[in-house]
Design a binder for this molecule. Structure first.
Ligand SMILES: C[S@@+](CC[C@H](N)C(=O)[O-])C[C@H]1O[C@@H](n2cnc3c(N)ncnc32)[C@H](O)[C@@H]1O
Length: 387
């Protein structure tokens, strides 16, 4: 079978798949038995894929024009080697060659990745390629997926570390840290899920706090507007963005604006040039009463969503993060009607009602387990056009 396959990171494969769908809106994502292997169906622009892997949170690599084999029988090896051999022979690649292999989700019985990679290297050598393991011009990726017993081999486009990866950076290292700060990999994922492919539109972070979302937008060159009611937060978030960019002046981050403003009055809080130019809202509201103490938790969210209508583009989306009691059965993805969802503040049914009154349709719900008594609900919703 030939196809293009994304390898998702292990942190949260279900969210990673949703992020991938948002970043490739014209392709369909088809899971391949394993939660970490997804076929990207339809045409792919290779340059875009290379960029997207660098700025995504959940995608580790994409393998192009793949051979996929279920490793069940002894004959798998001969069949696999023959298909990979044809792939190398029929490719129009020139230059040096290397094989990169890894395994995910456990082992495949009696199969060694390094031996298989060595065999593939041998075939390439026989076909006239010079092997270069350090910096090959052409890389074949070989993935052994233990959960599905599948082996995948395809031309590899992978993440190359330029700055600290969002999966290794920590909020605690920033100059302005508070316990409310979001985990960078979740923040990066939310920004991409809400904003879709990088374009001239902006993501809006109307309750920025220490700037968890806006820092990620800044690092990947995405336009973003961030607000907070508190000047201390505005200054702190700005400090964090400059620190993350390794820069002293905001002029190096012209695509980012961090201003004091009210999330419930967005038309007056964000510059006019951004009205109808916001493609996604990322919202991590405060718990309980807001800092002015005048609105309940739900009313603060409701008023923000109503106000968002004044500045959002037509096909805008939202990503909301809410604290929940972790579900008893560990699950990554939840159904809005089928699963029991216990919000820490307010009732889930009331929240669903609020969303639908504000004309937002739930597209996906995921849970991140923080500790035994705290989880985070990550909710993605799309705009239901008003007639
Ligand atoms: C949970 S914190 C956000 C944390 C953030 N995601 C981070 O990474 O640090 C919520 C923030 O919303 C701000 N806030 C509350 N009500 C607001 C409003 N009406 N408009 C703008 N900001 C508001 C608070 O000052 C607080 O900084």
């Amino acid at each position: 079978m030939a196809g293009n396959i994304a390898c998702l990171r292990g942190w949260h494969p279900a969210l990673a798949k949703a992020e991938l769908s948002a970043l490739f809106p014209n392709n369909e994502m088809i899971s391949l038995d394993s939660q970490r292997l997804v076929e990207i169906s339809g045409k792919l622009d290779i340059e875009k894929v290379t960029d997207i892997i660098q700025y995504s949170s959940g995608t580790q690599a994409v393998l192009l024009d793949c051979v996929v084999m279920s490793w069940n029988e002894e004959s798998s090896l001969d069949e696999f080697i023959s298909q990979v051999s044809n792939k190398i022979e029929n490719s129009d690649k020139a230059g040096t060659f290397g094989v990169v292999h890894w395994r995910q989700e456990g082992k495949i019985k009696d199969l060694s990745g390094s031996k298989l990679a060595g065999m593939i290297g041998g075939i390439a050598g026989k076909k006239g390629f010079t092997i270069d393991l350090d910096k090959p011009d052409n890389k074949l990726g070989l993935v052994l997926d233990g959960s599905s017993n599948q082996v995948v081999c395809g031309w590899l486009i992978d993440y190359e570390s330029i700055e600290g990866n969002s999966n290794t950076r920590r909020a605690t290292e920033r100059p302005f840290f508070k316990p409310i700060s979001l985990d960078p990999k979740l923040a990066r994922l939310a920004v991409n899920l809400a904003g879709g492919p990088l374009d001239e539109y902006a993501v809006l972070d109307p309750m920025t706090g220490t700037g968890g979302f806006v820092i990620e937008a800044a690092l990947i060159g995405r336009n973003a507007i961030a607000l907070d009611l508190e000047q201390e937060m505005v200054n702190g978030a700005m400090k964090n963005v400059l620190w993350a960019l390794g820069s002293e002046e905001i002029t190096t981050a012209e695509h980012i604006q961090i201003i004091r403003g009210d999330a419930t009055d967005l038309a007056n809080s964000i510059p006019r040039k951004w009205h109808q130019k916001i493609s996604g809202l990322v919202l991590d509201p405060p718990y309980g009463r807001n800092s002015h103490g005048s609105l309940s938790h739900f009313d603060l969210i409701r008023n923000t969503l109503i106000s968002y209508r004044d500045v959002a583009s037509e096909d805008a989306t939202i990503v909301l993060i809410l604290p929940i009691k972790p579900p008893q059965v560990k699950k990554l993805e939840l159904q809005s009607d089928g699963d029991e969802i216990i919000l820490l503040h307010g009732e889930w049914d009331g929240f669903k009602q609020l969303l639908s009154e504000c004309n937002w349709r739930i597209e996906g719900l995921w849970v991140e387990h923080v500790h035994s008594s705290l989880g985070r609900l990550i909710l993605h919703a799309s705009n239901v056009p008003l007639n």
